[in-house]
Ligand binder design. Structure first.
Ligand SMILES: [Zn+2]
Length: 70
Protein backbone atom coordinates (compact mmCIF):
# COMPACT_ATOMS: atom_id res chain seq x y z
CA UNK A 1 0.00 0.00 0.00
CA UNK A 2 1.55 3.32 -1.01
CA UNK A 3 2.27 6.10 1.41
CA UNK A 4 1.05 9.58 0.55
CA UNK A 5 1.83 13.11 1.57
CA UNK A 6 0.28 16.48 0.81
CA UNK A 7 2.07 19.76 0.19
CA UNK A 8 1.11 22.30 2.87
CA UNK A 9 2.19 24.98 0.42
CA UNK A 10 -0.76 25.65 -1.94
CA UNK A 11 -0.33 26.12 -5.65
CA UNK A 12 -1.34 29.36 -7.36
CA UNK A 13 -4.89 28.05 -7.84
CA UNK A 14 -5.19 27.20 -4.14
CA UNK A 15 -4.83 23.44 -4.53
CA UNK A 16 -2.69 21.46 -2.13
CA UNK A 17 -1.21 18.61 -4.15
CA UNK A 18 -1.30 15.03 -2.89
CA UNK A 19 1.74 12.92 -3.78
CA UNK A 20 2.49 9.22 -3.72
CA UNK A 21 5.82 8.97 -1.90
CA UNK A 22 6.60 5.60 -3.48
CA UNK A 23 6.16 6.67 -7.09
CA UNK A 24 6.82 10.39 -6.89
CA UNK A 25 10.34 11.65 -7.38
CA UNK A 26 10.99 15.08 -8.90
CA UNK A 27 7.46 16.23 -8.14
CA UNK A 28 7.60 15.68 -4.38
CA UNK A 29 7.43 18.84 -2.28
CA UNK A 30 10.29 20.04 -0.15
CA UNK A 31 10.43 17.76 2.94
CA UNK A 32 9.68 20.76 5.14
CA UNK A 33 6.35 21.24 3.31
CA UNK A 34 5.20 17.62 3.38
CA UNK A 35 2.28 16.64 5.58
CA UNK A 36 2.30 12.88 6.04
CA UNK A 37 -1.01 11.21 5.12
CA UNK A 38 0.09 7.69 5.99
CA UNK A 39 -0.72 4.62 3.93
CA UNK A 40 -3.71 4.50 1.58
CA UNK A 41 -4.97 1.89 -0.85
CA UNK A 42 -5.33 4.50 -3.57
CA UNK A 43 -5.02 8.21 -4.18
CA UNK A 44 -8.77 8.77 -3.77
CA UNK A 45 -8.55 7.78 -0.12
CA UNK A 46 -5.42 9.91 0.35
CA UNK A 47 -7.06 12.94 -1.27
CA UNK A 48 -10.08 12.57 1.01
CA UNK A 49 -7.81 12.44 4.07
CA UNK A 50 -5.86 15.49 2.87
CA UNK A 51 -9.06 17.40 2.15
CA UNK A 52 -10.22 16.88 5.71
CA UNK A 53 -7.10 18.73 6.87
CA UNK A 54 -6.39 21.31 4.18
CA UNK A 55 -9.69 21.73 2.32
CA UNK A 56 -8.76 22.36 -1.29
CA UNK A 57 -6.66 19.45 -2.49
CA UNK A 58 -5.89 17.69 -5.75
CA UNK A 59 -3.87 14.69 -6.88
CA UNK A 60 -0.45 15.36 -8.33
CA UNK A 61 -0.57 15.13 -12.13
CA UNK A 62 2.68 13.13 -12.14
CA UNK A 63 2.48 10.60 -9.32
CA UNK A 64 -1.31 10.55 -8.67
CA UNK A 65 -2.77 11.26 -12.14
CA UNK A 66 -5.92 9.24 -11.44
CA UNK A 67 -6.83 11.87 -8.84
CA UNK A 68 -5.65 14.92 -10.74
CA UNK A 69 -8.60 17.07 -11.74
CA UNK A 70 -7.40 20.62 -12.15
ZN1 LIG B 1 3.71 14.06 -7.28
Amino acid sequence: MPRFCVNDNAQDNGDHEVHDLSSGTFCLPNPANRVDLGFHADCGSAVAAAGAVLGQVNGCMYCAPACHTS
